[in-house]
Design a protein around this ligand. Structure first.
Ligand code: TYM
Length: 339
């Protein structure tokens, strides 16, 4: 079992990142550690430069993201925790895979279409080729399990297509080079929605802070954001199917369930019939209970720049070593002479 996943160090990580991905980094890290597998979690700083960014902010966000991941339970003793910029093999393998990826495949990526909108000509080349770097990230370590939220599923399918085409084009049938990675998506929290609009994904790039719970929000802020979360005026139903047309209510019930390990129906068995004046404080309490210890650990870690940089440097050294055999094999399979 080889677990690989990445998170962009842009802005503060939020509840969607946590429930959609980080919880599973920790779960799969522990499984891999117990079974003699290996887990790689990295900060996708090379992906972060695909959009306009402030260099000083990127540096600070990178360190804060390490502190947050460790505060959430990613353990550098069990997981290879690093940032892409210290492992040149990611960018090298991307270049090699650019020869295999097709323009048409990238043109179909919904994230590219959403982010570029009508202004494709004005986007960076990096935003377009972003999914090839993502494929390199996972194929470099022969990932079997890739814990991600629903929004990354299409990028993972592309990684499989690239791997398959490369194996077909350059490898003997009985000796494929790349393992086809499987996305590992949580059933209940695959897509946590904005607190201001139940049809939009909770996102770091939403201009409204009220749209998301940051993992480093304190208890008062969490309570305030949940109380102000958009809802309709009806009480919660007692049957899950009646949540279907109520996007905001469905999202809050989903969050409650993901935090407590309950299905939406089990949450409604307990809270059905309650108005939001009762349900929201209950949800706020569960959130504070989950996030308070994370927040405390984050505050302890975040200013120790030396310790955070040491975690990344150690992780990067291990990642460089572990990625090398696949990188070498890729150059060889393509017939490139390297002395
Ligand atoms: P990023 O930084 O946008 O998000 C990190 C992880 O959080 C998940 N996520 C969500 N899950 C549920 N609900 C939401 N509202 C929500 N918002 C974000 C994302 O699915 C992701 O798992 N391209 C990736 C980073 C990346 C990567 C990789 C991931 C680079 N290389 C290789 C996996 C494997 C990204 O921008 O994630």
């Amino acid at each position: 079992m080889r677990v690989v996943s990445g998170i962009q160090p842009t802005g503060k990580p939020h509840l969607g990142n946590y429930l959609g991905a980080i919880v599973n980094y920790v779960k799969l890290q522990d499984e891999a550690h117990a079974n003699g597998g290996q887990c790689f979690i990295f900060l996708a700083d090379l992906h972060a430069i695909s959009q306009p960014h402030d260099p000083a902010e990127l540096t600070q966000n990178t360190r804060e993201m390490v502190a947050t991941l460790v505060a959430c339970g990613v353990d550098p003793a069990k997981t290879v925790l690093f940032n892409q910029a210290q492992v040149p093999a990611h960018a090298e393998l991307q270049w090699l895979l650019n020869g295999t990826a097709r323009m048409g495949w990238l043109n179909r990526m919904t994230q590219w279409k959403d982010k570029a909108g009508k202004n494709r000509e004005g986007q960076s080349v990096a935003l377009f080729t972003y999914p090839v770097l993502q494929a390199a990230d996972v194929l470099l370590y022969q990932a079997t399990h890739v814990p991600v939220g629903e929004d990354q599923k299409q990028h993972l399918e592309l990684a499989r297509d690239i791997a398959q085409k490369f194996n077909n084009d350059f490898c003997a049938e009985d000796a494929p080079l790349f393992t086809l990675p499987e996305p590992y998506i949580p059933p209940a929290a695959a897509r946590i929605m904005s607190l201001r609009d139940g049809t939009a994904k909770m996102s770091k790039s939403d201009p409204s802070e009220m749209s998301r719970i940051s993992l480093t929000d304190d208890a008062d802020t969490i309570m305030k954001k949940i109380k102000k979360a958009k809802t309709d005026a009806e009480p919660l139903p007692s049957e899950e199917k009646d949540l279907e047309p109520r996007a905001e209510a469905r999202n809050l019930v989903g969050i409650y369930g993901a935090l407590t390990g309950k299905s939406a129906q089990e949450v409604l068995d307990e809270h059905g019939g309650q108005g939001f004046g009762v349900f929201k404080p209950a949800l706020g309490e569960v959130l504070v209970e989950t996030l308070a210890p994370i927040n405390a650990r984050f505050l302890d870690l975040k200013d120790d720049q030396e310790a955070l940089d040491a975690i990344l440097a150690r992780g990067a050294a291990r990642a460089r070593e572990q990625g090398l055999p696949t990188l070498d094999a890729t150059y060889n399979a393509m017939g490139l002479v390297r002395g």
